[in-house]
Design a protein around this ligand. Structure first.
Ligand code: FAD
Length: 287
């Protein structure tokens, strides 16, 4: 099923994300985790794409399992900065051959060695290319309520986001954030610039102090005092930190739904237990 059709439903939905293994030897473990998350019957699942496309085939393989073995709608990610048009076309063919109706089109991070392939410069180039090759596919794009880390300012970032949406995005998913007010403010600002596609907030349950420092270093996400205090207090106690992180993410989701945001994407990081506990916390809220 296309994610645009899922988002057209007037009821709250929760989707989960998994990432592929770095090597084929880890495939069965990831497939087992993805299967356990699929058994929770989320509205859809997404599968990330390894940096520089290193694990592109594994992304499609895990995504195919989620859809064709477990019956859950799926969205593989696809990055372009280090890819040729031929490679993108090949992956897109694999996605279609597996009966998958969705793809998340991304630029990807610039590789540390700085080596890029010049077939695509921005995600908007990839969106346009996918749209021309597969007019019917549902395309998601990334957005950044706090501004993309390379962007000189948030207004310019939103101007470029508008170009990406106009190239053919059906919906957007945000980078994680820990302060919902930043997301609400972002929604006003993009609406003002004429971006009207659905925007899924991306919520990350942080279950270890290390996960927080790594994610924040990569994304530049602001950590509010309230969450910082939780990590300071419980970061050295794994069970307490895990519980506090799940409760914090659940509270973020409850606040989003209470404020009329119906569709939420959870960065569940191959952790079926964490995904399951979040759903348990939301049981009566999701109905
Ligand atoms: P773009 O939309 O191209 O934006 C990148 C930068 O370029 C921004 O600063 C933007 O303002 C600027 N820009 C855009 N268009 C123009 C233009 N026309 N002229 C000048 N500047 C412009 N990474 C992975 O490797 N694999 C994944 O699976 C993955 N999944 C992700 C999912 C989500 C929801 C998010 C939020 C991020 C994900 N990422 C993933 C990370 C992403 O690849 C990086 O954040 C990357 O640096 C930017 O990708 P983008 O698609 O947002 O790029």
């Amino acid at each position: 099923m296309k994610i645009s059709e899922i988002l057209a439903q007037d009821k709250p939905t929760i989707s989960f994300e998994v990432f592929p293994p770095k090597q084929a030897s880890g495939l069965e473990t990831v497939k087992a985790a993805a299967g356990a998350i699929a058994a929770l019957t989320p509205s859809f699942m997404s599968v990330t794409y390894g940096a520089a496309g290193s694990t592109s085939k594994l992304t499609v393989e895990v995504a195919s399992d989620i859809k064709n073995l477990h019956g859950v709608s799926v969205m593989p990610h696809l990055t372009c900065v280090a890819s040729t048009r031929e490679h993108v076309s090949d992956i897109l063919t694999q996605i279609r051959e597996n009966g998958i109706d969705n793809v998340m089109a991304l630029r990807g991070d610039i590789p540390q060695d700085g080596i890029v392939c010049h077939d695509y410069t921005h995600a908007s180039d990839l969106v346009a290319d996918i749209r021309s090759q597969a007019p019917d596919i549902c395309i998601g794009g990334a957005c950044y309520p706090e501004g993309h880390i390379e962007s000189p300012n948030k207004n310019l970032d939103i101007d470029y986001l508008k170009l990406k949406v106009d190239a053919g995005c059906d919906f957007l998913t945000t980078q994680m954030f820990f302060d919902n007010n930043i997301f609400y403010n972002f929604l006003y600002r993009i609406k003002d610039k004429g971006i009207t596609v659905p925007v899924l907030p991306g919520v990350m349950p942080v279950t270890t102090a290390r996960q927080l420092s790594r994610s924040v270093a990569l994304s530049g996400t602001n950590v509010p005092e309230r969450f910082r205090a939780i990590v300071d207090k419980f970061g050295s106690d794994p069970d307490a930190m895990r519980r506090a992180g799940i409760i914090y993410a659940s509270e973020q989701i409850i606040d989003l739904i209470a404020n009329g945001v119906n569709h939420i994407h959870v960065y569940s990081m191959n952790k079926p237990d964490v995904a399951g506990e979040i759903l348990t916390n939301l049981k009566e809220i999701l109905g």
